[in-house]
Design a protein around this ligand. Sequence first.
Ligand code: SER
Length: 272
Amino acid sequence: NPKDGEIFETINVLDKSALKALLEKYKPTQVYLLAAMLSATGEQYPMKAWDLNMNGLLNVLDLALELGIKKIFWPSSIAVFGPHSPKKDTPQYCVMDPNSIYGISKLAGERLCEYYHNKYGLDIRSVRYPGIISWKTAPGGGTTDYAVHIFFEALKNGKYTSFLSAQTALPMLYMEDAVAGTIALMDAPEEQLTIRSSYNLGGLSFTPAEIAEEIKKILPNFEMSYVENDPRQTIADSWPASIDDTSAQKDWNWKPKFDLQTMTKDMIENLK
Ligand code: SER
């Protein structure tokens, strides 16, 4: 009976024997594998990102088969899309040519998930998360993380310098919706699921200029500025601006609650 946020033990997911010992000790029926290196940090350490994102997943997949773990959750990302994918309302199935090591590892991971499901019957479920915005978790090396950092800076210093340009629209999601959606997918009856690679998951889509405007409605003195030529801009430019998540809506009733306005209000109230 873990309490909210309680950590029992910390292990390195790349250490397969430590992972095995942990799983044998607690005998979980489900595993949520969230350990990964995100897009911006991944570009600084490409081989480390590949190793963690791929071999962490393979270790969990293999041990799940070996130990008979019933269900696995593994997150993919909007980073699986690339410069030749449609930008607006990016569909579930289209050209996918990711050019960040993070996106490449997530696309390969999706193929492995589907492979383990088709070949071995493993019940693994996945969504392609957009940028996740949360007041409980500090920004962690992602390209979408400006939309988290901006709130911390707005409250602390009344200003923020965005590393993405004013008009860069990206898909985003508030943490509460992300958690509810993830649990809805994990609770859905198996026969309703039609996608075993990873479900597109949309939510919001906004630009740095739009979120700055929304923050100004609550903090009128907030000032936004922009830097040019940040490497994260190249990553953002290769990603979708918005996502078509019809399959998630149909298969497991996906429906986010928060829009830009309600999210901004909730973020500021809680961060204060
Ligand atoms: N939030 C992630 C990133 O920016 C995308 O999945 O790297």
